[in-house]
Ligand binder design. Structure first.
Ligand SMILES: Nc1ncnc2c1ncn2[C@@H]1O[C@H](COP(=O)(O)OP(=O)(O)O)[C@@H](O)[C@H]1O
Ligand SMILES: [Mg+2]
Length: 234
């Protein structure tokens, strides 16, 4: 098991947002956590990346207890994140944004160039725009850049907070195709989403409601399921 979250509680100040959450991700899986706005998806991402502490329960990544692991160490272990709102630096160039994805690593110049070439091979649209300001990119290209930057961190598990946010369905579909291809290259994914379109790309889905796990099902089962609709309406 690559990621194991066991009965975890966390929140902000005295406000508990995640109540007794348990979930796991196996090596090579694409797992979605689906839930409406305000249900705790971003809070879960912050817990996993180390911004928020574990109040109770246990989180482990490839056997390492994350409760005692700094955010920097997590990144070095291969736990990388594409944050909510993409986290692109608008005033920097595309190339500079990419390089920031590797700052926490100790790679040589040659290794960095090889990583950059590999990542640009995944996103040829960005290759011709390295010197352009990130702010000049379309929304879809900015999300590509966010994904490309995360790949520069050599993720084993990539956490993605709302890949679909603010993007047209066709562009979301293209990005999910890239996610599938990356899985073939050995990346495991945990994707939190509001949009059910994420079910098409993922193997397994948890439904999160009011900070609680309500369901754990193969995504294909949920695609045409009344349970999914019901979980959003309850
Ligand atoms: N920085 C914060 N301080 C206090 N409460 C927060 C903070 N961020 C989020 N919350 C609260 O935590 C709950 C879950 O938020 P969030 O994890 O952002 O949900 P989602 O990503 O599913 O939309 C909400 O009630 C929200 O108001
Ligand atoms: Mg959110």
């Amino acid at each position: 098991m690559l990621l194991d979250v066991e009965r975890v509680r966390t929140g902000y100040g005295r406000l508990e947002v995640l109540h007794d959450i348990s979930l796991h991700v196996e090596q090579g899986e694409i797992v979605t956590v689906l839930g409406p706005n305000g249900t705790g998806k971003t809070t879960l991402m912050r817990l996993l990346s180390g911004v928020l502490p574990v109040w109770a329960g246990q989180v482990s990544f490839d056997g390492t207890d994350l409760g005692r692991t700094t955010p920097e160490k997590r990144a070095a272990l291969g736990l990388c994140q594409l944050p909510e709102g993409r986290g692109i630096f608008q005033t920097l160039t595309v190339g500079e944004n990419l390089d920031l994805g590797a700052v926490s690593s100790r790679r040589s110049g040659a290794e960095l160039r090889a990583d950059r070439d590999r990542v640009l091979g995944v996103f040829p649209e960005l290759a011709g725009r390295l010197a352009a300001s990130a702010s000049s990119l379309s929304g879809g290209q900015q999300q590509m850049l966010a994904l490309a930057r995360a790949l520069m961190g050599r993720p084993r598990l990539l956490l993605i907070d709302e890949l679909s946010f603010g993007l047209a369905p066709r562009i979301v579909g293209d990005l999910f195709t890239v996610v599938r291809d990356l899985r073939e290259d050995g990346v495991t994914f945990l994707i939190v989403e509001q949009q059910a379109s994420a079910l098409r790309v993922s193997d397994r889905t948890y439904i999160l409601r009011n900070g609680r796990n309500e369901l754990d099902r193969p995504s294909a089962e949920l695609l045409d399921s009344d349970e999914l609709v019901a979980s959003y309406l309850r």
